[in-house]
Write a protein that binds this ligand. Sequence first.
Ligand code: FEO
Length: 172
Amino acid sequence: MISNKIQDAINDQINAELWSAYLYLSMSMNFEAQGRSGIANWFKIQFQEEQDHAQIFINYLNQRGGRVLLKAIDAVPTEWSTPLDAFKATLQHEQKVTSLINALYTLAEQEHDYATRDRLNWFVGEQVEEEDNCRQLIDKFSLIGDNGMGLYMLDQELAARTYAAPSPLAAE
Ligand code: FEO
């Protein structure tokens, strides 16, 4: 069994992951509307990955005999004027998610819930990767600035991103 405290915290994190998914789908639609299909593709895959993150927590809670309780997903922003703005907002958001994962980790230690701590180790590593990916893209978009050819090439690069489940833990 899992404690109510940990169960509640994981349910909050499921909501946060689904909010992240919704945020990135909104970014994808923003760039689709601007005719930047490569960037839209990158965010659409990010949307899928965030659903996987939620699914990993859902699978885990079910495995531990807990109860998944889905809450309302808050509204997300809908407009980003440039890719650089969107990737800066993404990095800021991912840093917030990292702090949520860290707080959950601390709670698991306080509650002596070592199974939860063990599962969270995957998320600790994933957040390093998420933040690094954003930083690299911020660097690239900053370097290119308003250069049309550069923006076109980078859009093509992001169009090549394909979805792969981030972990077998996400299998339903
Ligand atoms: Fe689920 Fe991007 O953190």
